[in-house]
Design a protein around this ligand. Structure first.
Ligand SMILES: [Zn+2]
Length: 312
C-alpha cells in the first residue's frame, strides 16, 4: 500500500495496483504528487488551507471555497474512481498502439461512453506535454491525409466526386520530426504553403536544416532556415545520402496502423487528440512504461468538461 513515497516508475500494472490498493491510497498519492506537503487552493492559489478529518476535502482560508485533489484536474467532476483512472492511464500510455474505448470499458468495468470520455480527457492532458518545444538540427517535414476510402464509409457520409486524387473527404495532418528527437503532428485546415510555413516558423528554430519532398508548398523555406534540402519522390528518389524523410514517414505509418486497428470510426474533430496520444508515446519512447505513467500524472492538472469536449 501507499507509504507516502512517490514512485519514479511502476514496472507493471500489478505493481501499480499493489501500491495503490484503494481509493484513499490513490487520493493520497495524487495529493502528494501534486502538492508535496503544501496543499495549495486550486481556486485562488492560497497556501493556507484547512483539511477535513476525512482526509479528502480541504477548505481555503482565503476564498473560503472547499475542494478535493480532483479539482482543477482531468478527474474533476468524474464519478469514476481515481483507481480506475490510474489504471486507464497505465493502459493508454503503455499499450504501444493505444486502446479502444470498448476495450477500456471491459478492462475497468465502466460503460463504453464513460471510457470514451476518459480516453479523451487523458489525451487532452497528453496534448499539454510538449506545448513549448522547438525542433532544431535536422528536421524532416511531411504532410499526410487521414480518413477517406469512400467504399468503407457509411453511405450518408460519402463525399461526392472524391475518387482519384481529390482529398476532399480526408483530413490533412502536418508533421515535423527532429531526427533522434521529438515529433509534432498537427491537424491542419489545408496544406497551402502559407499555412504550413507559418507552423514551421513557429515550431522550428531557424538554425535548423529542413528536409522534405519536392512539394511546391515548401518552396521558400531556404530563405527562412539555415538550409532546405529535398528528395524528389515523384521521380522515384527516396534517399540521397542523409537526405530522406523516412523518419517522419515511419511515424505516419505507426499512427495510421493504430487508427485502422483500433480507432475505426474516427471523426476529424477528434483526430488531433489521437495524434496527441501518438505524439506523446513517440516523444516518451526512451522512457520506461512506468515512468510514462508518472509523466502522464504530472500532466493531469488541466480541467476539461464534457461541454468543451463535445462542443468546444
Ligand atoms: Zn482559495
Amino acid at each position: 500500500m501507499f507509504n507516502g513515497e512517490i514512485k519514479d516508475e511502476f514496472n507493471s500494472l500489478i505493481e501499480l495496483t499493489d501500491y495503490l490498493r484503494d481509493e484513499m491510497d490513490c487520493i493520497m498519492y495524487l495529493s502528494k504528487k501534486r502538492w508535496g506537503d503544501n496543499t495549495v487552493c486550486p481556486h485562488c492559489g492560497c497556501e493556507k488551507v484547512y483539511s477535513f478529518s476525512d482526509g479528502i476535502r480541504y477548505k481555503c482560508s482565503h476564498c473560503r471555497k472547499q475542494f478535493t485533489v480532483k479539482v482543477g484536474t482531468i478527474f474533476e467532476g468524474s464519478k469514476v474512481s481515481l483507481r480506475k483512472w490510474f489504471i486507464a492511464i497505465y493502459l493508454i500510455t503503455s499499450h504501444k498502439k493505444g486502446i479502444s474505448s470498448y476495450q477500456l470499458a471491459k478492462d475497468i468495468d465502466v460503460t463504453q461512453k464513460t471510457a470514451w470520455f476518459m480516453l479523451h480527457r487523458i489525451r487532452y492532458a497528453l496534448s499539454q506535454a510538449d506545448l513549448d518545444i522547438e525542433l532544431e538540427n535536422d528536421v524532416e517535414i511531411d504532410e499526410t491525409y487521414v480518413g477517406g476510402k469512400n467504399k468503407n464509409r457509411h453511405w450518408n457520409k460519402k463525399v461526392k466526386h472524391s475518387q482519384g486524387r481529390s482529398t476532399e473527404d480526408k483530413t490533412p495532418v502536418f508533421g515535423m520530426i527532429e531526427r533522434n528527437g521529438k515529433v509534432i503532428a498537427m491537424v491542419v485546415p489545408d496544406v497551402k504553403g502559407k499555412t504550413l510555413k507559418d507552423i514551421i516558423r513557429r515550431m522550428v528554430k531557424d538554425t535548423a536544416r529542413i528536409i522534405s519532398d519536392e512539394y511546391i508548398g515548401y518552396s521558400g523555406l531556404e530563405k527562412i532556415f539555415r538550409q532546405h534540402v529535398y528528395v524528389q519522390h515523384g521521380a522515384g528518389q527516396y534517399v540521397i545520402g542523409d537526405i530522406y524523410t523516412n523518419t517522419i514517414e515511419g511515424f505516419w505509418s505507426i499512427a495510421k496502423r493504430a487508427i485502422i486497428g483500433i480507432y475505426h470510426c474516427l471523426s476529424p474533430k477528434h483526430l488531433q487528440r489521437y495524434f496527441d496520444e501518438f505524439t506523446f508515446r513517440y516523444n516518451t519512447r526512451k522512457m520506461k512504461e512506468g515512468e510514462r505513467v508518472n509523466k502522464m500524472l504530472s500532466l493531469c492538472y488541466v480541467r476539461m468538461t464534457y461541454q468543451n469536449l463535445v462542443y468546444g
